[in-house]
Design a protein around this ligand. Structure first.
Ligand code: DGL
Length: 268
C-alpha cells in the first residue's frame, strides 16, 4: 500500500489549505482530494446528512485505493468520525478537530480558549469535547460564523463588509478575554487578517492544518506506510464545477491546479 495515495476530503475547496500543509510536510506523498462542491455547505446541515455525505465521499476515495484518509472538513470531523471508522476499518482516519485542540492547548495551556466554527461543529460540541479530553476544566467558549464561508468563497476576505460581519460574530466571544482563538473551519484562515485585527495582539489564532499534517506524518511512520517516491502527481475529484474548482482552488492550495487533473464524479 505504500505507493497508494493519501485521500483527503472536504465539503469543497477549503480543505485544500489542509492539503497544502500536507504537501509541505510530506513532499514525497501522492494526494487524492475530493471536494463535495455540489453539496457545500455541510456546516448548516444536520449531523445525519453530513454523516451520509462523508461516508459517500470517503467511499469514492477508498474505491480508488488510498492508504490513509484525512477528513479535512471540521464539520464532518465533528459528527461523522464514528461512522467513518465503522465503515472503513482498518483504514487509518485522521480528523482535524483533535489536531486543532492540540494546537490550541499548545498556544494557550491554561485558557480561556475561544472557538469559531460552523453551526454543525458548534452544535456537536466537537472542539470543547476534544479540548476537555486533553485538559479537563479549561474554559472554552464557541461561536458559529456561517457567513464567513460564502465570504471566503467569494474572495471577500478584507474590507468593510467583512469587518462588520466579523465584529458581529466576535465581539461577544472576545468579551470572555480568550488568549487563543481556534479557526475551527476550513475557510476561516482565509479571513485571518481581519479576524486577527479584531481579536488583537493578546489572542493567538490557531488552525488545524499544520498540526493535522504532523498527525498524518506520525501515523504513516507508525504504520510504516510512507513512500520515497519523487515528483508525485496529485489528483482532484469534485461533485460539481471542475473548472471553477481549478480556478478558485489554487488560492486555497497556494499553487496552480491543472484542470486536467480535476475529475467530475457522482457520489450517489
Ligand atoms: N468545510 C467546512 C468546515 O470546515 C466549511 C464549509 C462547509 O460548511 O461546508 O466545517
Amino acid at each position: 500500500m505504500n505507493d497508494a495515495a493519501i485521500g483527503i476530503f472536504d465539503s469543497g475547496m477549503g480543505g485544500l489549505t489542509v492539503m497544502r500543509a500536507l504537501m509541505a510536510r510530506l513532499p514525497n506523498e501522492r494526494f487524492l482530494y475530493l471536494g463535495d462542491t455540489a453539496r457545500l455547505p455541510y456546516g448548516t446541515k444536520s449531523a445525519d446528512t453530513v454523516t451520509r455525505y462523508a461516508v459517500q465521499a470517503a467511499a469514492a476515495l477508498v474505491r480508488r485505493r488510498i492508504k490513509l484518509l484525512v477528513v479535512a472538513c471540521n464539520t464532518a470531523s465533528g459528527v461523522a468520525l464514528p461512522a467513518l471508522h465503522e465503515a472503513f476499518a482498518p483504514l487509518a482516519v485522521i480528523d482535524v478537530i483533535v489536531p486543532g485542540a492540540q494546537a490550541a492547548l499548545a498556544a494557550s495551556p491554561s485558557g480561556p480558549i475561544a472557538v469559531i466554527a460552523t453551526e454543525g461543529t458548534v452544535t456537536a460540541g466537537a472542539y470543547p469535547r476534544a479540548i476537555h479530553a486533553l485538559a479537563p476544566g479549561i474554559a472554552v467558549s464557541q461561536q458559529a460564523c456561517p457567513l464567513f464561508v460564502p465570504l471566503a468563497e467569494e474572495g471577500l476576505v478584507d474590507g468593510e463588509i467583512v469587518e462588520l460581519v466579523a465584529h458581529r460574530y466576535l465581539d461577544g466571544l472576545l468579551a470572555a478575554k480568550p488568549t487563543c482563538l481556534v479557526l475551527g473551519c476550513t475557510h476561516y484562515p482565509a479571513l485571518k487578517t481581519v479576524i486577527g485585527r479584531i481579536a488583537g495582539d493578546g489572542v493567538t489564532l490557531v488552525d488545524s492544518a499544520a498540526t493535522a499534517a504532523m498527525a498524518v506524518e506520525q501515523r504513516l511512520r507508525d504504520d510504516e506506510l510512507g513512500t520515497q517516491a519523487t515528483a508525485p502527481s496529485h489528483r482532484f475529484l469534485v461533485t460539481d464545477a471542475p473548472d471553477r474548482f481549478a480556478r478558485v482552488g489554487q488560492i486555497f492550495l497556494g499553487r496552480p491546479i491543472d484542470p486536467a487533473t480535476v475529475e467530475l464524479v457522482d457520489l450517489q
